[in-house]
Design a protein around this ligand. Structure first.
Ligand code: GTQ
Length: 351
């Protein structure tokens, strides 16, 4: 049954409501349907960012300010539904970060969790808690909350990656802490590839009881070469899921749960000519195209995308992704949080 509509507003009632405001009170019945909505009506707007169009501006930022002076030289991708609020969805932040050859983005830590998804370049590094990883296009890299991290580029080419952070979630809880370090570059205590070898290879160190890394995956870098190979094998082994294509989620190998407690990352392969069946879920999703090109239909909005572009699908609106060529799409959302709270819902198919 549908919920009640708002009660009639009589002059007598209005006068009463006006008299409540100075006492910091309000009548629930006037607000009920917006507070307890019958179903989600997202403020997030469908939106796409062309990397080709943005690249000159990203590089211009590189001329105007150094990574060191900026702390992090990032162009924030801001959803038009949240102007001035540094959000790509209601709960997540995203931005394109540039690090030029020879630069260092100084060591710091904060209570926000971050992911990096490499868009352009090869050989820049990020260091997290004593381990450095050299990054390549398509790599998915994690900076767990409150871990020291610095970025640098000893290669000859600029690197750009997509940052995804849970800034609005931490802000909602008013639980932000951050600090800088006296040294720009952190001391390295483990060799490159250490965390992937120990925890990310279907192996676990003898005697390791788990839990040392909290709820975030101990694997620092999930290299694209491995992910792509897994998707290729999966696509040879059977048909794609009608709504997701060939989809793999990045998980914490200790627990099998999402790789990060607040952000759920995925990669999917869509065969050439494939259109995903209409689907919606309560989590707004941020996509970054790695290979291919196509369109996404979100309600009545149609957006085109190609390699390196970002687009956003708001929560609880039916969408379909069409791949003009074989395509690979990275995505992330707040699904782990919604699942932990028992809120997450999905709706498959056209009904
Ligand atoms: O690289 O640590 O896009 O602290 C925003 C805040 C990146 C980072 C961002 C950050 C970082």
């Amino acid at each position: 049954m549908a919920m009640k509509t708002a009660p009639a507003l009589t002059p007598e009632r209005q006068a009463f409501y006006d008299g409540l405001a100075p006492d910091n009170m309000a009548p629930l019945w006037e607000r009920f349907s917006s507070l307890i909505a019958p179903e989600p009506r997202s403020i997030v707007r469908p939106c796409a960012w062309s990397y080709a169009a943005a690249r000159p501006k990203i590089m211009r930022a590189g001329e105007l300010i150094t990574a060191k002076e900026a702390e992090r030289r990032v162009l924030i991708l801001e959803n038009p539904g949240f102007k001035g609020q540094s959000r790509i969805t209601n709960t997540l932040y995203a931005g394109w970060q540039l690090i030029l050859p020879g630069e260092v983005a100084p060591n710091h830590r904060h209570s926000q969790s971050a992911l990096r998804f490499v868009v352009e370049g090869e050989g820049a590094y990020t260091a997290v808690d004593g381990e450095r990883t050299l990054m390549r296009e398509g790599d998915f890299v994690i900076t767990p909350a409150w871990t020291w991290h610095d970025h640098g580029n000893d290669s000859q080419k600029p690197m750009v990656w997509l940052d995804g952070l849970d800034i609005p979630i931490v802000g909602f809880f008013e639980a932000s802490f951050a600090e800088g370090h006296a040294d720009d570059r952190q001391a390295l205590t483990r060799p490159e590839g250490d965390s992937l070898a120990r925890y990310g290879s279907g192996l676990m160190p003898e005697g390791y009881k788990g839990g040392k890394h909290g709820r975030t995956s101990p694997v620092l870098n999930y290299p694209y070469a491995r992910t792509r190979e897994a998707l290729a094998r999966m696509s040879q082994a059977g048909p794609p899921d009608s709504c997701h294509g060939h989809r793999l989620n990045y998980v914490n190998p200790e627990t099998g749960a999402w790789a990060m407690p607040t952000i759920g990352p995925s990669m999917r392969l869509l065969p050439k000519g494939f259109a995903t069946e209409l689907y919606r879920s309560t989590d707004a999703q941020v996509f970054s195209a790695v290979e291919g090109h196509g369109t996404v239909t979100i309600g009545d909005t149609v957006l085109s995308w190609q390699k390196r572009d970002v687009f956003v699908v708001p929560g609880w609106i039916k969408f379909s992704i069409f791949a003009d060529a074989e395509s690979v799409l990275f995505s992330f959302s707040d699904r782990p949080v919604q699942e932990a709270l028992g809120l997450w819902r999905e709706d498959r198919g056209n009904h």
